[in-house]
Design a protein around this ligand. Structure first.
Ligand code: CA
Length: 228
């Protein structure tokens, strides 16, 4: 498994490279977006880790360029601050995921593994706009999901974001606080109980037996885990 790392900070870059190599990944490290783009066009990687704050071309422009030339490799952005604006820009630029600095190395490794699992097909992602969650096929564009009987059910915007968040993190225990921050963000007036109510509703569509869920699993005292 080959990782492309684009990071200008020597300390962070060294740390990330050492940890990934320790896990058996092959890492190619570049310090500017321009140099990384040259190898992306010529070579194949399993995951791209891209810093936003780079000298010269910034990470978001690099991400746009990567997508524009048709490279669909999972792209994880490293944002300098944990603010909503950087996250939104990262995702708009074509990133699949983001991690705010300072990040936990164990979390970075978990996310890299999750993206590799997803791209190697153990989680079925039909297109960018369609997700398979349990029994349901979710259409992001249509903001609806289809159950096996062919019926469409409308989803709220928050429900779509919640399903996308689950799909991006297969096998990972997500806390209610993580889910609240991701889905509700700044308008964090809802309580953790709201998350539970959303999950109860979604389980009715994605689970064969909603009372004995196999896909959106409860992690006791913590939150939920998506099992593809
Ligand atoms: Ca930087």
């Amino acid at each position: 498994m080959r990782i492309l790392l684009v990071e200008d900070d020597p300390l962070i870059g060294t740390m990330v490279r050492l940890n990934l190599e320790h896990e058996g990944f092959e890492v190619r490290w570049y310090k500017t977006g321009e140099s990384a783009l040259e190898v992306i066009e010529a070579d194949r990687f399993d995951v791209i880790l891209l810093d936003i704050g780079l000298p010269g071309m910034n990470g978001i422009d690099v991400a746009r360029r990567i997508r524009k030339i048709g490279v669909n490799t999972p792209l994880l952005m490293l944002t300098a601050r944990d603010d909503i604006d950087s996250k939104v820009h990262a995702l708009d630029g074509g990133a699949d995921d983001y991690l705010a600095k300072p990040f936990d190395m164990a979390e970075l490794l978990a996310r890299v593994r999750a993206h590799i699992r997803r791209s190697t097909g153990s989680l079925e992602v039909l297109t960018d706009a369609e997700l398979r969650i349990g029994l349901a096929t979710v259409s992001v564009e249509r903001r609806a999901l289809m159950t096996p009987d062919g019926q469409w059910h409308e989803l709220s915007e928050k429900e779509v974001v919640l399903l996308q968040f689950l799909a991006r993190n297969p096998g990972r225990a997500l806390s209610r606080a993580d889910i609240l921050e991701e889905v509700w963000g700044m308008d964090a007036t809802p309580t953790e109980r709201t998350v539970d109510n959303f999950i109860v509703r979604l389980r009715r569509y994605v689970e064969t037996e909603p009372d004995h869920p196999r896909h959106i699993v409860t992690v006791r005292g913590w939150g939920y885990r998506f099992e593809p």
